[in-house]
Design a protein around this ligand. Structure first.
Ligand SMILES: [Zn+2]
Ligand SMILES: [Zn+2]
Length: 159
């Protein structure tokens, strides 16, 4: 016996009907709109993801190359490269002044006659082979003047 129940029920039913009507009218339009909007968005997303993937590849490649170069800079020569550097048996010069200059900068000893010496081709600095070889394996530069000691560097200058 509630007087307000009937009109409320009617109102509710009308709202539901309106909603259904609106839904049935709007849904094909909406679906079309959604599809129309979704296609370019999907294409855009696909394109973006491809771009991002390409960018990531490029960055990774550059980074790898750069880190390889950094590693190369820090690393010394290979045993093969060290072996290719000029090596000679020391012969004491006649002039005393020259003898004074002929000293191994690694061990600070004068070169003895017949000792195996290594001549760095770019800067012409000489060392005992036994002294400079371990150094060159850790750093590819002259211990005195830090000029590149590699045979490749010498070839570049001569060529
Ligand atoms: Zn030495
Ligand atoms: Zn040097």
């Amino acid at each position: 016996m509630c007087p307000s129940a009937d009109p409320e029920d009617k109102l509710l039913r009308r709202a539901v009907l309106l909603m259904l009507l609106a839904g049935s009218l709007a849904s094909p339009c909406l679906r079309l709109l959604v599809v129309a909007a979704a296609v370019p968005v999907a294409l855009l997303l696909a394109g973006l993801s491809v771009l991002v993937a390409l960018q990531a590849c490029t960055v990774a490649r550059v980074f790898r190359r750069r880190s390889a170069r950094c590693r190369g800079r820090g690393r010394g020569l290979s045993t093969e490269e060290v072996r290719r550097l000029p090596c000679y048996a020391f012969r004491p010069p006649l002039a005393a002044a020259e003898e004074e200059a002929e000293q191994c900068a690694v061990c600070l000893e004068r070169f003895g006659a017949g000792e195996r010496c290594r001549l760095l081709p770019l800067c012409r600095h000489s060392f005992h082979a036994q002294c400079v070889d371990p150094w060159l394996l850790t750093a590819p530069v002259c211990p005195i003047c830090r000029t590149r000691a590699g045979a490749a560097a010498a070839a570049k200058r001569n060529g």
